[in-house]
Design a protein around this ligand. Structure first.
Ligand SMILES: Cc1cc2nc3c(=O)[nH]c(=O)nc-3n(C[C@H](O)[C@H](O)[C@H](O)COP(=O)(O)O)c2cc1C
Length: 432
């Protein structure tokens, strides 16, 4: 049996039938913040795809601060009407109808909530651990865009931090009630939990800031609260960023490892490793040698199996996972970002750096990827690759010096494919 097709049992007892996970991808199709009929329709594509694990797109724990105006959000206390609860149950049941466990990803955007995303007035500032504004670029256009879209956040009071902790716990209870097998905390990509963990965005001097351990206090309280409010069998994972080179020099790596140790001891079942934020969207690296979507250029050379030396490096964040593994050999690690071939995935598992492979964009265009390709014995290794055409912005947008616009274009394109599935259409397969 290949490693990719071998089952894995997590600490909570949850068994994953194989190592392939459909990673979290925001669906951006809930204008009323509820998982209406489009959700089971879209997720039925993944449900029968042979995945080992399915993670929903980020569900916001606060109705006031969303990541986009069409995110699903946890119902306010006492607003979970029977019809709404039925919609949630229908979503959970459909995803898991073929035996694949599913998790809800819980998120609070903190300073990354754009204007118009959430039930708040135009004058209400975003909340964050400290009043540190996003930096999307130092020239005039990015500075104006940042101030119009996000503004400078307001430092949360201690009561507001406690409220956010309770919102995450309420989110886990909602997922539990609906029948999901667990939740994943979004602690990556620069959202609120990541803002608390980082010394760049958390300048607090109370019990939620000042040292790596105090910066982790908020997420530790969330994890312990969820453990107390759900059941021992309920899976709790967290997505975290790898430490970027600029932070490693300042003891950032040691701080991150210390925080991971505390998070593991608080009782998580797995850690997903990713990277990037709105300021530096490294999670959306793309194969720029592939043709552009919609171009009429001659077809590119067929995808090749990567050389042995590069196989294990196909994923963006694998080196960091190896470091985490050396410190914490027992915690199951999932790595997401860049996996595009069966041999690359097998090599990553064989290297011992990770236990679970997360797949984003390929899963949005080929929702039954494990069944059709990666775990299909009739597909030889040379053909078990997913090379995608890449998304390019229009010429005008390319002139704007904001790095995250490229990421926005990627997100919008693949989000659009999920939208197609929500309407009962097949996504457009952009494999080269
Ligand atoms: C349309 C889209 C939406 C995404 N939304 C989320 C999200 O809600 N939560 C999250 O943790 N990551 C999100 N991501 C990032 C993916 O989970 C993943 O980390 C990233 O796409 C890199 O993996 P890939 O190279 O396999 O695509 C999103 C990615 C895409 C393409």
């Amino acid at each position: 049996m290949s490693l990719l097709s071998s089952p894995l049992t997590l600490r909570c007892g949850l068994e994953l039938p194989n190592r392939l996970t459909k990673a979290a991808m925001a669906e951006i199709m809930a204008p009323k913040q509820n998982p209406d009929d489009k959700f089971p329709r879209a997720y039925s594509e993944w449900a029968d795809g042979g995945w080992g694990f399915i993670i929903t797109g980020n569900v916001q724990v606060s109705q006031t601060y969303l990541g986009s105006p069409k995110d699903v959000a946890i119902p306010l206390p006492n607003a979970g009407t029977p019809a709404l609860q039925e919609a949630w149950r229908n979503w959970a049941t459909t995803i898991q109808r073929s035996g694949t466990p599913a998790l809800v990803q819980l998120c609070h955007p903190g300073r990354q909530s754009p204007q118009g995303a959430g039930k708040r007035s135009i004058l209400t500032k975003n909340l964050a651990p400290s009043a540190v504004a996003l930096n999307l670029g130092s020239s005039f256009i990015p500075r104006v865009a940042t101030s119009v879209m996000f503004g400078t956040p307001r430092e949360m009071t201690r009561a507001e931090v406690t409220e956010a902790i309770q919102q995450f716990i309420a989110g886990a209870k909602q997922a539990h009630l609906a029948g999901f097998k667990g939740i994943e905390l979004h602690g990556a990509h620069g959202y609120l939990i990541a803002q608390f963990l980082s010394p760049k965005t958390n300048l607090r001097t109370d019990e939620f800031g000042g040292t790596p351990a105090k910066r982790a206090e908020m997420v530790l309280r969330i994890i312990k609260g969820i453990r107390a409010a759900t059941s021992p069998q309920f899976c709790v994972g967290i997505k975290m960023n790898s430490v970027d080179v600029s932070e490693q020099g300042d003891g950032g790596l040691q701080a991150c490892l210390e925080q991971m140790g505390l998070i593991i001891n608080a009782g998580v079942d797995f850690i997903e490793i990713s990277g990037g934020s709105y300021e530096d969207p490294s999670m959306f690296q793309a194969d720029r040698t592939a043709p552009v979507i919609g171009s009429t250029a001659a077809p590119a050379a067929p995808a090749r199996i990567p050389k042995a030396s590069t196989r294990a490096r196909e994923a963006f964040f694998l080196d960091f996972a190896k470091t985490v593994r050396e410190y914490y050999p027992k915690i199951p690690l999932m790595v997401t970002g860049g996996f595009r071939s069966r041999v690359g995935m097998e090599a990553a598992l064989e290297s011992g750096a990770c236990d679970i492979i997360g797949i984003g964009r390929p899963a949005a265009v080929v929702p039954k990827l494990p069944k059709l390709v990666l775990l299909n014995k009739e597909v030889v290794d040379a053909d078990a690759t997913i090379r995608l055409k890449h998304v390019e912005m229009g010429w005008l947008m390319r002139k704007v010096p904001i790095k995250s616009l490229g990421a926005g274009a990627e997100g919008a394109y693949y989000g659009g494919q999920i939208g197609r599935m929500g309407k009962g259409l097949q996504p457009i397969d952009t494999r080269v």
